[in-house]
Ligand binder design. Structure first.
Ligand SMILES: [Zn+2]
Length: 372
């Protein structure tokens, strides 16, 4: 039976926070919060990353589940966390495994309904060495000129579409998506901007690891996202090295079909820079981590258009109008569809995928012994 989505989803950041804290308290989780030092939400509310620990903090195997890396996608990630917390599985955690829920890693973006942070940074491109020269993305620079027009009209949007078509005709669809999505460090008002310093959320995640994962000997990782894949279907981006033991472990947990050879929007996977996955791996200091960004699909390749809309609403739109509210609703629906079908289906899959990770963690050492 499909879960009741109205129990797992909320309407906004505040509502999601309340539901998350209530679900955590019902399970007897230990709660802590990492409050944003300077920013507040649209109603003046405090912004924080909420962390809930289910089970033994000294457990050798720990599953870290993150929501809201991309701000507004957090309504889905939050529901994915809460859905599992409300399932029967949460009351039957195996011995030796515990779960650390990180709710709203980018609370500013979550509360304000944008994918990026308070500095327009794509947090999932920010975990990079900011003292080293940034990786170049010349393809992005080529396309940037017309990306976010002053007016959001078909005529004003057309030149970018033409530039994209020309780029694809010359370089191919794989190179186009790589240029658009891998991350860029040159245009602070552009999409997928990785920033010029570590964001507050990046620093906070390091504190969370130090405060909560000291005892972990092995870590499972799920970072919930939306926007890649088929409607209401999960899509995995596993960043463990293909051919390595950790990648094989991810295959064992979730299945070969989901982990091997995944092609987002049916093109080659971009050479993503500065992922949370990279940051967490570094913060764990050599302890093994198996995991993935797990997306729920919405509008397929049309999502790229909504990334531009996010930037336009932030930098070019009038403060408020019927038209702006209509466009904002479209942006939100693109990343977290209002559809009860989508919300019920994704909650159900999130419960199953989370439970597979927990079962994988439970038998991880056993598998390693068998393989040796
Ligand atoms: Zn995302």
């Amino acid at each position: 039976m499909t879960p009741d989505f109205t129990q797992s989803f909320a309407l906004d950041y505040n509502g999601a926070r309340r539901k998350f804290v209530a679900a955590a308290e019902a399970l007897g989780c230990a709660l802590s919060q990492y409050r944003h030092p300077s920013k507040t939400g649209p109603d003046g509310e405090a912004l924080a990353i909420d962390v809930a620990r289910l089970g033994d903090p000294k457990a050798p195997s720990q599953l870290v589940i993150i929501s809201g890396t991309h701000g507004l996608e957090g309504l889905s990630g939050s529901a994915a966390q809460i859905g599992w917390m409300q399932s029967e599985f949460a009351r039957a955690l195996p011995r030796g495994v515990s779960v650390l829920f990180v709710h709203a890693l980018n609370p500013y973006g979550f509360a304000w309904g944008t994918r990026t942070t308070e500095n327009n940074v794509d947090l999932n491109r920010n975990f990079i060495d900011h003292d080293a020269p940034y990786p170049a993305n010349p393809g992005y620079a080529t396309l940037y000129t017309h990306q976010v027009p002053n007016e959001w009209t078909p005529a004003a949007l057309a030149p970018y579409t033409e530039a994209v078509s020309a780029f694809q005709a010359t370089h191919g669809a794989d190179a186009l998506f790589d240029a658009q999505a891998r991350g860029q460090y040159e245009f602070p008002q552009g999409t997928n901007y990785g920033g010029n310093q570590r964001e507050w959320s990046n620093l906070a995640l390091q504190s969370i690891v130090a405060d909560h994962l000291g005892a972990a000997e092995r870590v499972g990782f799920i970072d919930w996202h939306t926007g890649i894949g088929d409607w209401a279907k999960s899509f995995f981006l596993c960043f463990n090295d293909e051919g390595g033991a950790l990648h094989a472990e991810a295959v064992r947990w979730w299945g070969k079909d989901r982990i091997v050879g995944q092609r987002p929007h049916n093109v080659a996977r971009p050479n993503y820079q500065g992922l949370v996955f990279h940051g967490l791996t570094q913060f764990l200091g050599g302890r093994p981590m198996v995991g993935a960004v797990i997306e729920f699909g919405t509008r397929g390749p049309h999502v790229r258009h909504a990334l531009r809309l996010d930037q336009w609403l932030k930098f070019k739109a009038e403060a408020d109008s019927e038209r702006v509210r209509m466009l904002r609703a479209d942006l939100h629906d693109c990343f977290v569809p209002v559809s009860s079908h989508w919300r019920g289906e994704t909650t159900q899959q999130a419960i199953s995928i989370t439970q597979q990770a927990i079962e994988g963690l439970t038998t991880w050492s056993l598998a390693a012994t068998t393989a040796a």
